[in-house]
Design a protein around this ligand. Structure first.
Ligand code: SF4
Length: 113
């Protein structure tokens, strides 16, 4: 299942992501998302090509987002392979389980997670 979702995620765009979030049964946190203010058309800030790191602008948005933990949980619960969720890269999510990823964001200097 996870491998299947990884294949699907390779072709995922921001419209797909928006639909995935909006169709999620636990999306109450979305209304408090810091990235919600930047507009869906700029969600590509959170989807970077392999080998590149997230922009400092996007990292700052995630670091101080009050629903960062919910966002990260959402990515794990829905096995979303692409994009930065909770400010955690897809590569890092593949190598860490949810608890370890939560510990990483909680330990970041200045993090509100
Ligand atoms: S953690 Fe980042 S990607 Fe997730 S909702 Fe907050 S700002 Fe958006």
């Amino acid at each position: 299942m996870l491998e299947h979702n990884r294949e699907v995620a390779k072709d995922m765009n921001t419209d797909d992501l928006s639909a995935l979030i909006e169709n999620s049964p636990d999306r109450s946190w979305v209304s408090s998302a810091s990235c919600g203010d930047i507009g869906l058309e700029r969600l590509d800030l959170f989807f970077v090509d392999a080998g590149r790191t997230l922009s400092s602008e996007a990292m700052a948005i995630c670091r101080f987002c009050e629903v960062r933990r919910d966002c990260l949980q959402h990515a794990y619960a829905n096995e979303i392979a692409g994009g930065y969720f909770g400010g955690v890269s897809p590569v890092k999510r593949r190598t860490l389980d949810l608890d370890a990823a939560m510990a990483v964001i909680e330990d970041e200097p200045g993090s509100t997670a």
